[in-house]
Design a protein. Structure first.
Ligand code: NCD
Length: 304
């Protein structure tokens, strides 16, 4: 693995290998304290982030790396008009790996093209968010047997602009799932991704409500309507409350169903649900540190 720009960079075997390493790290993180000491991670975040950037930084620090970067591109030379390619070429002289987030589709692939050091995609516009998908797959596998079960997974919310769904639906496709894509008609999953799922013979249905299928769902993957992708804010206002998971609606789902969300939530999950045993979204976010440690170890070619 030279760069990590898309979930499709991984074969099923490589996904398993990463899940296994993540489990080993989670069981004994201290063992990995100095595995990457002397190395520097640059975190270049051209778009807002809490979990992704800070869990990359936490992962790097736990591996003994040092971290530099920016969380607000308006303080960088991007503000003066520097191209992404030039910024990446410069950072190549300052760090040993890059974790980045950018507002443009395919920005990570563009960066990788001009970079000798590994580039990890922490979200590129509406395209992909592969490291979130990896930590989501790890989290599902902690609770269910991905290799042995045909899981029914419902993706709910903004499937058009939600990059986490774009990556996760493709990553989980290795495990023979059944999908329900539940969204308002204007926020449906892009055709290009549906085509890829069809090519892999993945069974899926598109719906506008979960009423008919709630009882059959093993994983309910909620998402936020991506306000920043709307040109017309009034359209966002109409769509933002399309789905609400609260103690009442949650009662439609079975006792084993996993409630997941990449976070941040902005109203789609009532905090009253946080103590429900099915609500695993905070554990999911915390797994981001262990998964990102595994990613950094692999991408820096460290044999452990
Ligand atoms: C997601 C993202 O940035 O795409 N956040 C995250 O990294 N956990 C989801 C979102 O912002 O809605």
């Amino acid at each position: 693995m030279q760069h990590l720009t898309s979930i499709n960079n991984f074969t099923k075997e490589q996904l398993w290998e990463l899940i296994k390493l993540t489990g080993e790290i989670k069981a004994d993180p201290a063992k990995y304290n100095n595995h990457l000491s002397g190395k520097i991670l640059a975190t270049l975040f051209f778009e807002p982030s809490t979990r992704t950037r800070l869990s990359f930084e936490s992962a790097a620090l736990r591996l003994g790396m040092k971290v530099l970067g920016f969380a607000d591109a308006s303080t960088s030379s991007t503000k003066k008009g520097e191209t992404l390619e030039d910024t990446i070429k410069i950072i190549n002289g300052f760090a040993d790996a890059i974790a980045m987030r950018h507002f443009e589709t395919n920005a990570a692939a563009r960066a990788a093209k001009v970079s000798r050091i590994p580039v990890i995609n922490g979200g590129d516009g509406i395209n992909e968010h592969p490291t979130q998908a990896l930590l989501d797959i790890f989290t599902i596998n902690e609770h269910r047997q991905l290799h042995a079960e045909k899981l029914t997974i419902a993706f709910v919310g903004d499937l058009k602009y939600g990059r986490t769904v774009h990556s996760l639906s493709q990553g989980l496709a290795h495990f023979d799932p059944k999908y329900y894509f539940i969204s308002p008609s204007v926020l449906k999953l892009p055709d290009e991704i549906k085509q890829k799922l069809n090519d892999k013979n993945i069974e899926f249905d598109e719906l506008e409500t979960w009423d008919e299928i709630a009882g059959q769902v093993d994983v309910l993957y909620m998402t936020r309507v991506q306000k920043e992708r709307f040109e017309d804010e009034s359209k966002y206002e109409l769509l933002k409350e399309s789905y609400l998971l609260n103690p009442d609606t949650a009662s439609k789902f079975n006792d084993q169903c996993l409630f997941m969300h990449p976070l941040p939530r902005v109203g789609e999950i009532d905090p009253a649900l946080d103590d429900d045993l099915r609500a695993i979204y905070f554990d999911e976010a915390h797994n981001g540190v262990w998964m990102r440690m595994a990613i950094l170890l692999r991408i820096m070619n460290h044999e452990s």
